[in-house]
Design a protein around this ligand. Structure first.
Ligand SMILES: Nc1ncnc2c1ncn2[C@@H]1O[C@H](COP(=O)(O)OP(=O)(O)O)[C@@H](O)[C@H]1O
Ligand SMILES: [Mg+2]
Length: 376
């Protein structure tokens, strides 16, 4: 079934609804096919997950090697036990067709735990989980990788939001993973993450286990022209017109940040304007901000006055190179540089601000616009 609205706001459907990323798709595919593991870094909502799915979609269709493709999002995991369970669920459930025979084989293979097949409550499909004691998580993890290795199949495993492992309370998780991973000749990895500093530190600091173990790709914006052609095609198929000028306006409004552009295009597509002008774009953005208002209000309620002050000041300016510059502090009546630095650190940590090469910006572009236009 085709999506009703061609501008997806989550997930991946097929290359038809996926704009460009030709070069990136080739680059990732080629690295994987040549036995290089990859690190993919980009801010949230830029399109990392989409790119991974697009690469796997294409590789699977080309089907040169009867390989298995696994995608694991570890954002919700809080410890090694959850990571291990999540990996088991993803890999064991898909590597083999689940049957009593397979269950017997798994039970013989796993020593530190007991594989259990159950029905997925939502889909009714059989799934595997591993019954293990938390203290054994490291050992069970080793066995899951061992099971992948023993399958003899070529495997591709993408671990999304990989920086999450640095938050686990157990010590030495990175070293543990690294030690297992390097002895898996038939498994290639994509480590993807949105916390730039954390990811860069993990993969390019000589002190860390994953140091120089992967090819690093930083994912940027989709180019304006290819995005425009992608969008215009869907409007013209629907007998409507999205003029170049209007597309440029909305692309620049969101600085090319994928999800924000998709959100506006999705709304424009829902409407019936043709040709679509700037006012139509503005109306869509305002509708979105209105709907989000209560959430934005409660975001603010969780912050200190200093944090709100700094966030609002950055929203007003758009991009701020140095939050300690005197004229910036004065212009926005901010307190001493020291308290601004404390607020900055916390806002970066909470992912309310993002550190770009040009300076700090409000991470969520719609929230940034709302902050700028709202008296607080
Ligand atoms: N190349 C693309 N073309 C069209 N939509 C895309 C593209 N890449 C991502 N998206 C859409 O943008 C949104 C964010 O993408 P996602 O891959 O989830 O970002 P990330 O993983 O970096 O947070 C999703 O709605 C996705 O459907
Ligand atoms: Mg993602």
């Amino acid at each position: 079934m085709k999506p009703n609205n061609p501008f997806l706001l989550y997930g991946y459907y097929s290359p038809d609804y996926f704009c460009d990323r030709e070069r990136e798709t080739d680059k990732v595919t080629s690295a994987l096919r040549n036995d290089r593991n990859l690190t993919l870094i980009a801010p949230r909502r830029m399109g990392k997950t989409g790119l991974i799915k697009n690469v796997f979609y294409r590789m699977e269709r080309e089907n040169r090697e009867n390989a298995a493709y696994f995608y694991l999002d570890i954002y919700p995991t809080r410890n090694l036990q959850a990571f291990t369970q999540s990996l088991a669920h993803t890999v064991l459930g898909q590597l083999d067709t689940l049957s009593q025979g397979i269950l017997r084989k798994m039970t013989a293979f796993f020593k530190s735990c007991r594989p259990v097949i159950s029905m997925d409550e939502r889909t009714g499909a059989p799934t595997v989980s591993l019954d293990f004691v938390p203290e054994q998580a490291g050992e069970t993890l080793r066995e899951i990788f061992g099971y992948m290795s023993a399958s003899g199949k070529r495997c591709y495993l993408a671990i999304d939001e990989f920086q999450q492992i640095t938050e686990y309370p157990e010590t030495g998780v990175e070293a543990l993973l690294r030690s297992y991973i390097q002895f898996l000749p038939n498994v290639r990895f994509i480590f993807s993450g949105s916390k730039k500093q954390v990811m860069e530190e993990m993969f390019s600091s000589a002190k860390r286990p994953f140091y120089q173990s992967t090819q690093i790709i930083v994912l940027g914006e989709i180019g304006m022209d290819s995005y425009r052609l992608f969008a215009q095609r869907f409007f013209s198929l629907a007998g409507r017109e999205l003029p170049d000028e209007s597309f440029r306006y909305l692309y620049e409004l969101e600085n090319g940040h994928t999800w924000y552009i998709q959100s506006i295009l999705n709304r424009l597509y829902e409407g019936s304007d043709t040709p679509i002008d700037r006012q139509a774009v503005d109306r869509c953005v305002n509708d979105i901000l209105d709907e989000m208002e209560t959430i934005y209000q409660s975001n603010l309620a969780l912050l200190t006055n200093n944090q709100v002050g700094l966030l609002k000041a950055i929203a007003m300016e758009g991009t701020v190179k140095s939050v300690n510059a005197n004229d910036f502090l004065r212009r926005h009546r901010l307190k001493a540089a020291s308290s601004v630095n404390v607020a900055l650190k916390s806002l970066l940590n909470r992912e309310l601000l993002y550190d770009t090469p040009e300076g700090y910006i409000v991470y969520d572009r719609f929230f940034g616009r709302w902050l700028r236009d709202t008296v607080i």
